[in-house]
Write a protein that binds this ligand. Structure first.
Ligand SMILES: NC(=O)c1ccc[n+]([C@@H]2O[C@H](COP(=O)([O-])OP(=O)(O)OC[C@H]3O[C@@H](n4cnc5c(N)ncnc54)[C@H](O)[C@@H]3O)[C@@H](O)[C@H]2O)c1
Length: 329
């Protein structure tokens, strides 16, 4: 298939481009590089040995997006482009609503205009809010604790209405849990701007000495060791989930969790990182972070039974690959 990947220079998008190309698809990337670097496109080409068509374009700019669609004949779109920092979304809510909602609406409008009928959307486990884990696709969604999560829930609703109104259209909402790890080559991985918002790049930067200490937000949650529990998934497993999802699209709306179904606490993750990589990660416990929930892990059964997809890599694989990538920087 000829696939448009918006946000394809970013963390999950770049790994998905590699998996798509390795599965025989052709990818075109649209990214405004607001949270990524153009060199990542070269790295995707280096890993795969294939050319990637890249456009430095903002997906909120409808005439520019339209211009690209008019030059290509896309079979499907995977829409990753969006702002993703929970903390920043609290201080800059309008930027998040503007970018994430408008970008999604523009890409949908143009895809309808050009008759591109397969649309895969990057959603997030945050749409489940403070439900009890494991999160199942059929659960009633609860308000997300921050504007970022709300943008994901709103985009889901927009896409649900669009697919209802347009027969023959396919939309798949993929609710990701916590991607970590990096491509085994160590060439691409997560590249946060400034102080990392996500745990794994924080750990690797402390291990490397770029940051002094890891801050663990709270050790008084009702979990085994008191620290928050999340469902960490290797980014290459997540990338493969997209390949299967886009290849097995059906008419109408589909929703899948992409997680492992297993919860790991912050302290467990730090301990495995130290053990596998033989390096210490100094940390301190600080107050809970507003909006964080105690536990978040997936019921991953639906993706396995309907798509035949299952995450394969272990936490040990994830911490090894994250560290390899950080060392290469
Ligand atoms: N990383 C996670 O933990 C996680 C979890 C759940 C969902 N998601 C979602 O998955 C998607 C990809 O996440 P990621 O971790 O790869 O983030 P990322 O920031 O690495 O990648 C997003 C990419 O989108 C680009 N982008 C943002 N706004 C754009 C715009 N208006 N026009 C064009 N390009 C734009 C950025 O430059 C970046 O390259 C995002 O939508 C994110 O919300 C991420």
């Amino acid at each position: 298939m000829n696939i448009l990947v918006t946000g394809g220079a970013g963390y999950i998008g770049s790994h998905t481009c590699v998996s798509l190309i390795e599965s025989g698809h052709t990818v075109t990337v649209m990214d405004n590089l607001c949270n990524s670097k153009v060199e990542t496109i070269d790295k995707i080409e280096l890993i795969t040995g294939k050319k990637v068509t890249f456009y430095n374009i903002d997906v909120t700019n409808e005439s520019e997006v339209d211009r690209i669609f008019s030059k290509h004949d896309f079979d499907a779109i995977i829409h990753f482009a969006g702002l993703k920092s929970v903390g920043e979304s609290v201080s800059k809510p309008l930027d998040y609503y503007y970018n994430n909602l408008l970008g999604t609406i523009v890409v949908c409008r143009v895809s309808l205009k050009y008759g591109v009928k397969r649309f895969v959307f990057s959603s997030s486990a945050t749409v489940y809010g403070d439900n009890e884990s494991p999160f199942v696709e059929t659960m009633k969604l609860l308000p997300a604790a921050n504007p970022y999560g709300e943008t994901k829930a709103m985009c889901e609703r927009i896409l649900m209405d669009m697919v209802k109104a347009n027969s023959g259209y396919s939309v798949t909402l993929l609710r990701y849990f916590n991607p970590i790890g990096a491509h085994e080559s160590g060439l691409i991985g997560e590249l946060p701007n400034g102080i990392p918002n996500n745990l794994m790049p924080y750990i690797t930067q402390v291990a490397k000495g770029k940051l002094e200490k890891l801050k663990i937000f709270g050790n008084d949650y009702p979990t085994a060791d008191g620290t928050g529990v999340r469902d960490y998934i290797h980014v290459m497993d997540l990338a493969e989930g997209h390949v299967v999802a886009v290849e097995k699209m059906k008419d109408g709306l589909q929703i899948y969790n992409l997680g492992t179904g297993k919860g790991t606490s912050v302290l467990q993750l730090v301990n495995v990182f130290e053990e596998v990589n033989g390096i210490r990660v100094p940390y301190e416990i600080t107050d809970r972070r507003p909006g964080d929930i105690a536990e978040c892990y997936a019921d991953a059964g639906k993706a396995e039974s309907e798509l035949g997809w299952k995450a394969r890599q272990t936490i040990r694989d994830m911490v090894r690959d994250s560290w390899r990538f950080e060392q290469n920087l």
